[in-house]
Design a protein around this ligand. Structure first.
Ligand code: ATP
Ligand code: MG
Length: 262
């Protein structure tokens, strides 16, 4: 089990975000650790996607800050987030369907030779290496990603995040539209990423998956943190109660300790 003997790789402090009179996030604080799988759960509209979008730089919070290493930021741009090692695989995967696998994996980060020519061969080799390491089977890298299966598309999006480098990878409902076998593959993939030392943050509505892979579960309710739990200390029905608001609000940090800072 992970023990709290090291600093978080990312520390989210007091983030709030409103859209008009809708409060998407209210004073959210959360720590993320290297090598863990942290699940974020909550009902529709609880603020899960908003939270991870502030981390990946897709949206700006109204207040609060994000600490990465020694530095604190009021907001991150997508480029800054990637530079700091945070990448996200979104609900819609943000792939360009008409472009092939290699183009999508290297979108915006193409390898060039002689200063201006795209080095397609090198990109293919690197794409193949990363896809193999993820055990994602795509027979031809020239296939437009619009023709791939859900699991293969997920693989391409993850390969792109890996090519970007970094040590925190965020998934927004990665198995939502997948069958049993493809979901199992994506779950294995997230476990593999955590095993190699990345911090994996995953939003999921599937508590079965959450209990299978996550060491910690952050429950969001109406934009607020309802609890941060060690998975092994909880039963799925207790998490459902926290999601629905039927349980007392608790704040259990790493190691099952009550931790006011998290
Ligand atoms: N761009 C936006 N403009 C206005 N309201 C928004 C916007 N994005 C999110 N919201 C609102 O903020 C709240 C939180 O939305 P968010 O997408 O973070 O929820 P979620 O927990 O990811 O839900 P789901 O499980 O359905 O994906 C919701 O009430 C949503 O309607
Ligand atoms: Mg969402």
């Amino acid at each position: 089990m992970i023990t709290k003997t090291f600093d978080p790789v990312v520390r989210v402090s007091h983030l709030s975000k409103s859209y008009g009179n809708i409060t998407a996030l209210r004073d959210v604080s959360l720590d993320i650790y290297t090598g863990e799988i942290l699940a974020i759960v909550g009902d529709n509209g609880a603020g899960k996607s908003t939270l991870i979008k502030t981390l990946s730089g897709a949206i700006k919070a109204d207040s609060g800050y994000i600490q990465v290493g020694e530095q604190s930021y009021h907001f991150l741009s997508p480029t800054k987030a990637i530079r700091l090692g945070i990448s996200a695989v979104y609900q819609d995967l943000a792939l360009v369907d008409c472009r092939d696998v290699v183009c999508n994996i290297f979108l915006g980060r193409e390898i060039v030779k002689a200063g201006l020519l795209i080095d397609r061969r090198k990109m293919e080799k690197e794409a193949r290496r990363v896809l193999n390491s993820l055990q994602v089977n795509i027979p031809s890298l020239k296939t437009p990603v619009g023709l791939l299966s859900g699991g293969q598309r997920q693989g391409v999006a993850v390969a792109r995040a890996i090519i970007q480098g970094g040590n925190v990878i965020i998934f927004d409902e990665p198995t939502a539209a997948m069958g049993v076998q493809e979901s199992a593959k994506v779950i294995r993939l997230m476990q593999e990423l955590a095993r190699t030392g990345m911090a994996v943050v995953v939003i999921s509505h599937n508590l079965h998956h959450v209990f299978e892979i996550a060491q910690r579960i952050c429950v969001l309710r109406q934009g607020q943190i309802a609890a941060v739990c060690n998975t092994m200390d909880y039963q799925p029905n207790q998490i459902v109660e926290l999601i629905m608001g039927a349980a007392h609000i608790t704040r259990a940090g790493m190691g099952g300790q009550i931790d006011a800072a998290n």
